[in-house]
Design a protein around this ligand. Structure first.
Ligand SMILES: C[S@@+](CC[C@H](N)C(=O)[O-])C[C@H]1O[C@@H](n2cnc3c(N)ncnc32)[C@H](O)[C@@H]1O
Length: 264
């Protein structure tokens, strides 16, 4: 702030401008290279990514996705075609690499559906040889009749085939460090966090309404350890993630225009 006559006059007129100037502003970084270099050393991200693709897990998950699209058809009560509803693999790479690098012990996820994100998170824990994932999901089953207001009005077609369960694509050997909690995150998250006391990483991919995302982030921050991480998919659906970063004056990252990452 340059102290010229114009600025001095402005400050006399509105002294609060000084507080605004010194307030730590938050920035949401969007550049992929900048994001990766903030979290990883040179070549580290590439090494983790290679490890994930060479594991055979992604091929296994993709073949289950193929099965889904060959065998599932129909629409939700809201008129959306049923879909696999998973995170994209290129978005999961950064989450996988972060978990490999930071080696978190207690992780909480909301939004499992068929289980792509859970499987990849669990694989990172398996290779780390430490960590436990707690996942909350309110699944929508194909062919099941629901009241129109059972799920939030903006929900698309992400669904679990009738006869299967949330996370059905997760290989057996990864389930040892996994606890699945079925229910609405608004009801299940507070008691889970109370039981866990503190957590290292939170991943949101459940109800992308402003109210639900705002609720989850504000619940979770009370339990996140210092240096802990909040990750959220579809932060472009509303401004909850950005508002949350502003509320806590945190710099944050927007990876591939929709995955929010914030370090606490
Ligand atoms: C986009 S899908 C999750 C995809 C998953 N993360 C993946 O990568 O495969 C969202 C899931 O959250 C569930 N869901 C919707 N509203 C929810 C709520 N309020 N609480 C918990 N889960 C919810 C949906 O039914 C669905 O199973």
């Amino acid at each position: 702030m340059l102290l010229n006559l114009k600025t001095i006059k402005k400050v006399i007129k509105n002294p609060f401008i000084v507080f605004k100037y010194f307030k730590k502003e938050c920035t949401i970084y969007k550049d992929k290279i900048q994001i990766l270099s903030n979290f990883f050393n040179k070549n580290e991200f590439r090494k983790f990514k290679k490890e994930l693709y060479e594991s055979g897990l992604i091929d296994e998950l993709k073949s289950k996705e193929e099965w889904f699209y060959k065998n599932v058809e129909g629409k939700t009560v809201r008129g959306n075609l049923y879909g696999f509803g998973s995170m994209k693999y290129e978005e999961m790479e950064v989450i996988y690499a972060l978990i490999r690098k930071r080696k978190p012990e207690i992780l909480v996820e909301t939004g499992v559906c068929n289980g792509v994100s859970s499987a990849i998170i669990l694989y990172a824990l398996y290779i780390n040889e430490k960590g436990k994932l707690y996942s909350i999901d309110l699944p929508e089953f194909t062919e099941k009749k629901y009241d129109t207001n059972y799920f939030w009005e903006g929900k698309k077609g992400a669904a679990v085939p009738m006869g299967k369960e949330s996370g059905w694509i997760i290989p057996e050997y990864l389930r040892l460090n996994w606890k699945l909690i079925i229910g609405r995150s608004q009801e299940k998250l507070p008691s889970l966090l109370k039981q866990l006391k503190s957590i290292d990483l939170f991943f949101h991919d459940s109800e992308h309404s402003f109210d639900c995302m705002w609720f989850e982030f504000n619940e979770v921050i009370k339990s996140l350890k210092k240096g802990g991480i909040i990750i959220a998919d579809d932060i472009n659906w509303n401004d909850a993630f950005v508002k949350f970063a502003e509320k806590y004056k945190k710099h944050a990252y927007n990876y591939k225009a929709k995955v929010g990452i914030m370090e606490i």
